[in-house]
Write a protein that binds this ligand. Structure first.
Ligand code: NAD
Length: 499
């Protein structure tokens, strides 16, 4: 962790040069049509930079460069060991630039600088290194066939991969795609969110410095309906790998079907249940974790534990403990290292969350904490951590992803009821169950329809664990060795031997 104080961070900010141009075929350049969009600091509403607004013409250039790089095998043709060394260098340079990357991330999307330094920047570098280190340790297969043949099952890179990512963890989400796609030898075109393009643009230059050949890693900042759509519909893009909302994920699957049936992997939204049973080993630890699980990153987390399901016999006691911990999450200046909850990514997201808070009140849920905008005088977009009790499964608070610091509490009596409530959702990204009873923990974790189930914790896991969803939370998995499978095709080669 850095031990810089607020004044030192502000000094570092004043020294920053913000990356604003697209990165295509190894060099930074303006958008073909010269357009730009405004990148706003959500902590104070002020303009940070005007960034290149790419469109279909830029997508065309990037796809051509990526395809040429793939076809002449300047990257795919390098041995796994060579690619590993480049990716390790890339990760090392990211670590070297950690302060700059953390600062860009915090300025761009409002997250606390301590989180950006403590998690985002190092986790992104670690992901690149982890995938690089894995790639020269994987073997292909020889199939168990008759003696007169040799049958090989091998993996090959897909070709040109377009990665479209969201704004809540811009760098980490980008690296969850980049790491395995580059390690397996693909060329990548990254489209960051128009709300948070800065770190993606910065790491393009770092990747080049590390030795990623020109054309192999391109970055196109711009809007979803322009450059994003052009990539999704492009006939020469082999894979679209996406993290974002379920609404856009569904649309991108359609784009795949309407164009060239490109591989389409979608990591989408969630409405994750956090189940607290009366016999949880440490109710105070569970309450502290429940607060962090919804307020960390301003609640802008796909796995946010936005539905708290508490056994009725301990509900009022648990809520008291929860409120104590929740009050420690006070929205403040993201650049202050003491801040735990920063600004919402922009005014649009803030308004959307405030609308949900109004809906909650109108639906009859009981407001226990927060429920309003704060720090308005800063010019930024802050929301006070908010908790509603008496939320029923019919309410929109229970059903819809809010993507903000808003917690919905619902009571239950039995484990069976808790599991039914937990699974009563279109999503299936994460879930948790807190109990000291091993049988309940296993029964519960088996019955919960979610890609990740936490037992007596929230958000455990590292690069070794797959990450992704059941149901409308998506398909495919990021992280772990399974992520590498997404970016390769299986090839069967049957070699007939002379008798
Ligand atoms: P979003 O779906 O609005 O945008 C995501 C990306 O898609 C952006 O880069 C956007 O520009 C692009 N896009 C939008 N329309 C497009 C189109 N027509 N064609 C191509 N690209 C298009 O999501 P968001 O608001 O940036 O992020 C929040 C969402 O991301 C939440 O639903 C959250 O749960 C989800 N998320 C999921 C995970 C996960 O791993 N499952 C992780 C983080 C965030």
């Amino acid at each position: 962790m850095s031990d810089m104080n607020l004044a030192q961070w502000q000094y570092r900010q004043a020294q920053l040069t913000l990356p604003t141009q697209a990165f295509i075929d190894g060099s930074y350049r303006d958008a073909v049509h010269g357009a730009t969009f405004e990148c706003i600091n959500p902590a104070n509403g002020q303009l940070l930079a005007n960034v290149a607004a790419c469109d279909a013409a830029d997508a065309e250039l990037a796809v051509k460069a990526a395809r040429a790089a793939f076809n002449d095998r300047r990257w795919a043709g390098q041995s796994p060991k060579e690619r590993k060394l480049v990716l390790q260098r890339f990760a090392e340079l990211m670590r070297l630039h950690r302060v700059e990357l953390a600062l860009l991330e915090s300025l761009d999307m409002g997250k606390p600088i301590s989180d950006a330094m403590g998690y985002d920047a190092p986790a992104a570098a670690n992901c690149i290194a982890w995938n690089g280190e894995a790639i020269d340790k994987l073997y292909d297969e020889v199939a168990p066939v008759e003696e007169g043949a040799l049958a090989l099952v091998t993996r090959e890179p897909l070709g040109v991969v377009a990665a479209i990512v969201p704004w809540n963890f811009p760098l980490v989400m980008a690296c969850w795609k980049l790491g395995p796609a580059l390690a397996t030898g693909n060329s990548v075109i990254l489209k960051p969110s128009e709300k948070s393009p800065l770190t993606a643009l910065r790491i393009a230059g770092i990747a080049k410095e590390a030795g990623i050949p020109d054309g192999v890693f391109n970055v196109l900042p711009g809007f979803g309906h322009t450059v994003g759509e052009a990539l999704a519909m492009h006939m020469d893009v082999d894979c679209i790998t996406f993290t974002g909302s379920t609404r856009v994920g569904k649309h991108l699957v359609e784009c795949s079907g309407k164009s060239n049936l490109k591989r389409a992997f979608m990591e989408c939204g969630g409405k994750s249940p956090n189940i607290i049973l009366a016999d949880a080993p440490d109710l105070d630890a569970a309450a502290k974790s429940a607060a962090a699980a919804i307020f960390y990153n301003q609640g802008e987390v796909c796995t946010a534990a936005s539905r708290l399901l508490v056994q009725n016999s301990i509900k009022s006691d648990f809520i008291e403990r929860l409120l104590v911990h929740a009050r420690e999450w006070v929205a403040a200046d993201p650049q202050d290292p003491a801040t735990r909850i920063g600004a919402m990514v922009d005014g649009i997201q803030m308004e959307q969350v405030l609308r949900y808070i109004e809906i909650g009140k109108q639906e009859g849920a009981r407001l226990l904490l927060g429920g309003e905008r704060t720090r308005e005088e800063s010019g930024g977009f802050y929301i006070a951590p908010t908790i509603f009790d008496e939320v029923t499964p019919q309410m929109r608070l229970f059903r819809e992803e809010i993507f903000g610091p808003v917690l919905a509490i619902t009571g239950f009596d039995t484990l069976e009821e808790a599991i039914a409530l937990g699974n009563d959702t279109d999503y299936g990204l994460a879930a948790a169950i807190w109990t000291a009873d091993l049988n309940k923990a296993i029964k519960g974790s088996r019955a919960l329809r979610a890609g990740t189930v936490f037992v007596n914790n929230w958000d455990g896991g590292d690069m070794t664990m797959p990450f992704g969803g059941f149901k409308q939370s998506g398909n495919g998995r990021d992280k772990s060795l399974h992520a590498l499978e997404k970016y390769t095709e299986l090839k069967s080669t049957w070699i007939q031997l002379e008798s």
